[in-house]
Design a protein around this ligand. Structure first.
Ligand SMILES: NC(=O)c1ccc[n+]([C@@H]2O[C@H](COP(=O)([O-])OP(=O)(O)OC[C@H]3O[C@@H](n4cnc5c(N)ncnc54)[C@H](O)[C@@H]3O)[C@@H](O)[C@H]2O)c1
Length: 396
């Protein structure tokens, strides 16, 4: 008989950034039962487990040894993803693995292979392609609303680890609460650690809007030791390196670019996480994660279509998805939609919409971005050697 629910264990459950969104998401999904929570942080795991009426673990190996666990949801830092994903396959557990999928293509190939061999489902947690405004934009493209796609442009606003942001967020930035993000080896990004965490999102978004076309060539521009490049660690110490713009082409000719756009706080709602898709007949503007970010600021509509001299807001009525009210709700709605899809796919036996192969595409593009910035030349993701990592053993 087909089971009607899965016992899920959340690994990295007391983490500060992704874990709360996963806990909310799993709680809202009928087919998921949060059976266990696991974190190496022994001081916080017991109170969390008590509050959620779940089993507490401090050892991932013990989670895998528990026969009641059907599936593990990994919100651990990236240097752990490949080992944990492979161990879970060997133990017969389905996996949801947060992006970035791993640190090398060799690792992702092994992750995919083990899940194929053991007949378990592997989905990579690329929540951007489950973000409903981005899904709505893809639907509009499929409906022919902008004709043939020509250019995709993405920007990201001042939400990074610049000195002013670090001080404004007063220890609550992602880099302060999850310091692996600016660590060369733990992030896997070498001299450009932060881009390792973010590039999978912008490549996945663009590839999804380009209807799955693969990236053929990437040129990344880096700033080293300049004001524009200033990134600080959680403690406020400058790291001094940033990739501030990336340009790339897709097979079939669509060209694409991403830029880090710093601005004053007042301008954030105009220059936050914005994706613009230009086609032969029209233009779509989509606000992504945190779109017009700061709470209390004017909130732009999530998706706008410009065509034939008219402006049309693409909206959703009769929905409980709060992301249509404010892009700040990205964190609960997109993660919930992605996790719902993972659970439904396992229960029905249908393939996942964002697989290990998809995670591999975005990792190859991310590694090619770092290689391009390092070597100051254009790189094809297909030319990134399988064993290549962006950091050196001495950085461990
Ligand atoms: N899809 C998204 O929008 C999104 C957003 C944020 C983070 N992420 C991803 O989620 C992952 C986690 O990021 P974060 O910022 O939440 O990190 P975090 O540092 O806040 O949380 C990670 C947690 O893992 C725990 N941990 C470390 N080693 C462990 C082990 N061996 N077993 C069990 N627990 C262990 C840590 O104690 C910590 O509590 C990363 O891959 C990140 O890129 C994705």
């Amino acid at each position: 008989m087909t089971p009607d629910h899965l016992n899920v264990a959340l690994i990295g459950a007391t983490g500060k950034v992704a874990a709360p969104a996963h806990l909310n998401g799993l709680a809202a999904i009928p087919g998921a039962h949060l059976y266990a929570v696991c974190d190496i942080d022994a001081t916080t795991i017991d109170p969390l487990a008590d509050r959620l009426d779940a089993k507490a673990f401090t050892s991932f190996e013990e989670v895998l040894a528990d026969p009641a666990v059907d599936a593990v949801d990994l919100v651990t830092p990236p240097h752990l993803h490949s080992g944990q994903t492979i161990a879970a396959a060997r133990a017969g557990k389905h996996v949801y693995c947060e992006k970035p999928m791993a640190q090398s293509l060799e690792q992702v190939n092994a992750m995919i292979l083990f899940h194929e061999q053991f007949g378990t489902t592997l989905m990579v947690g690329e929540s951007y392609v489950f973000h409903h405004p981005i899904v709505a934009a893809r639907t509009a493209i499929e409906n022919g609303d902008i004709g043939e796609v020509l250019h995709i442009r993405e920007t990201k606003g001042p939400w990074m680890m610049r000195r002013e942001e670090a001080s404004r967020l007063d220890g609550l930035s992602h880099e302060a609460s999850a310091p692996w993000r600016v660590d060369p080896a733990l992030s896997g990004g070498g001299r450009f650690p932060w881009i390792m965490d973010h590039a999978p999102h912008f490549f996945a978004t663009a590839r999804y809007l380009a209807s799955g076309a693969e990236v053929t060539a990437i040129t990344a521009h880096s700033q080293i030791g300049t004001t524009a490049s200033e990134q600080v660690s959680g403690t406020g110490a400058p790291t001094g390196h940033a990739i501030t713009s990336v340009a790339w082409s897709f097979e079939g000719g669509i060209d694409s670019a991403w830029n880090q756009v710093e601005s004053s706080q007042e301008a954030v709602s105009e220059v936050g996480f914005v994706t613009t898709v230009h086609g032969t007949k029209g233009t779509l503007v989509v606000y992504g994660e945190g779109g017009g970010a700061a709470p209390g600021m004017r909130q732009p509509p999530a998706v706008v279509l410009y065509r034939d001299g008219h402006t049309r807001v693409i909206d959703r009525e009769n929905t409980t998805d709060r992301v249509w009210i404010s892009n700040n709700n990205y964190y609960d709605s997109s993660h919930q939609a992605a996790l719902q899809h993972w659970v439904d796919s396992i229960l029905t036996g249908n393939p996942v919409r964002y697989s290990g192969e998809d995670g591999r595409s975005e990792l190859a593009a991310t590694l090619a971005t770092i290689m391009s910035a390092d070597e100051q030349r254009t790189i094809a993701p297909a030319d990134v050697p399988a064993e290549w990592k962006a950091y050196h053993a001495s950085e461990r």
